[in-house]
Design a protein around this ligand. Structure first.
Ligand code: HEC
Length: 401
């Protein structure tokens, strides 16, 4: 029953998380596009009003004419739309999901004993500290070196790379990727909460009082919001990476994470320049080239060379041997009532010969090629046992012999 309730919590949190993230990233992409696509108004009346840029668009059967004021309109309208709930609710649902999925199941999801052995309590503490440290370090970098956008950019990139390296040496690969994404996403949301919105509140308060506006608030908010723009694609990859065990189960998985995030930044740069009318295909080409390097780097090694049996024909494997491996390494999580999971992980049960046969392809992919299973290798499968599963599959995955 507990497993069933957790599954529902997972479903609802994930659903809302994806919806709010679309609203947040969507409005953020829209404003980046809008800001970079504005042109100076020709109409002297608009210039007189203080409009520095405008744009015409048609959407959903209506014509729209957004106008951006150089500083602010002479009188602020009563009704001003703010954009922050998208960001806060994305963070809150994301954090909830992290708690339900990873922190509640720390020993299976956060810990990989071959990476670093620790107690579930320690793993939860480290995961939460990792998120908090991300914000503290990033915020210090911006406060100390904020005058130079370039210095800040380089330092933040170096910090993210170091953090990815550390996470991949502390947590299971799968958790390390997700936590690095969550750390950057926490920075993005904290930027909105701590800098962007309070800065805007100060500006609006000054305008309402008729006081002069301190341009420093605008500068800070702009810098943080530019960072958020570049963080977007890397974070989205990290959030989706769980589906691609080939990326996080590679030996140097931290390098894979850093390179794919870099590709995201390069591709984002293309779109930002394109909004300003500058088309430079070198950026996405570089991004795709980086992805190509990663694809070659993590390509599965043909198993013959791994086993290195000097070309000798592999001894035939009996199904009894296969079932023994599955029984000792997999059914703890993949059975009708498994010991280590509330219910069969991903609905996959491997406790009968028929089911093993039916899932042969997936078993091969997950346990032999990608080494993603057993999750965090909690059941300590050996390389020889993986090779045995591989030989069985390659010989036709027979269940009778
Ligand atoms: C500690 C628990 C645990 C053990 C042990 C374990 N698995 Fe899994 N397995 C999981 C979880 C959790 C998932 C779902 C992962 C996800 O949602 O991406 C999963 C998913 C799978 C999938 C589906 C993957 C997909 O994306 O379709 C296969 C196949 C699989 N496991 C095979 C195995 C095999 C084979 C073994 C033994 C060699 C094994 N598992 C051992 C927890 C485990």
């Amino acid at each position: 029953m507990e497993g069933y309730i957790l599954d529902w919590a997972n479903l609802l949190l994930r659903w809302v998380h994806v919806i709010t993230a679309i609203a947040w990233i969507g409005s953020s992409f829209y404003f980046v596009w809008l800001d970079n696509s504005l042109t100076r108004p020709q109409d002297p009346e608009l210039q007189e009003k203080g409009v520095g840029g405008e744009l015409w668009a048609v959407h959903g059967g209506g014509f729209y004419n957004p106008q951006k004021y150089l500083t602010a309109p002479k009188t602020l309208p009563e009704n001003l739309h703010w954009f922050y709930w998208e960001s806060y609710s994305t963070w809150m649902t994301g954090f909830g999901l992290l708690v339900v999925l990873y922190l509640f199941n720390a020993s299976t999801f956060l810990i990989d004993r071959n990476v670093y052995d620790m107690s579930p309590g320690a793993a939860v503490g480290l995961a939460l500290s990792y998120l908090a440290a991300g914000w503290v370090v990033y915020d210090c970098i911006c406060r100390l070196f904020g005058k130079s956008d370039r210095t800040v950019g380089v330092l933040v990139a170096v910090y993210v790379a170091v953090a990815a390296y550390v996470a991949c040496h502390v947590f299971s690969g799968r958790a390390a990727f997700l936590l690095t994404g969550a750390m950057i996403a926490t920075i993005m949301s904290a930027n909105v909460l701590v800098w962007i919105i309070p800065g805007q509140r100060k500006v609006v308060a000054a305008l309402r009082k008729g006081d002069p506006v301190d341009p420093v608030h605008g500068k800070h908010a702009k810098q943080r919001s530019v960072h958020n723009t570049y963080f977007t694609l890397p974070v989205l990859f990290a959030m989706l990476s769980n589906h691609y065990s080939m990326t996080y189960s590679y030996k140097y998985n931290w390098a894979v994470l850093v390179l794919i995030m870099l590709a995201g930044v390069l591709i984002r740069q293309f779109f930002i320049l394109k909004h300003k009318g500058r088309i430079n295909v070198a950026w996405p080409a570089a991004g795709v080239a980086v992805l190509g390097v990663v694809a070659v780097m993590i390509a599965p090694v043909p198993r013959e060379t791994v086993a290195g049996k000097d070309g000798a024909a592999a001894a035939p494997v009996s199904f009894a041997q296969v079932q023994e491996v599955i029984n000792s390494r997999c059914i703890q999580c993949h059975a009708a009532s498994p010991k280590l999971m509330p219910s069969a992980a991903k609905g996959i049960k491997l406790d009968t010969a028929d089911e093993i046969k039916a899932h042969a392809q997936l078993i091969y992919q997950q346990a032999v090629q990608q080494k993603a299973m057993p999750l965090g290798n909690v059941t300590q499968i050996t390389d020889d046992e993986r090779a045995l599963l591989g030989q069985w599959f390659e010989a036709g995955a027979k269940t009778a012999n």
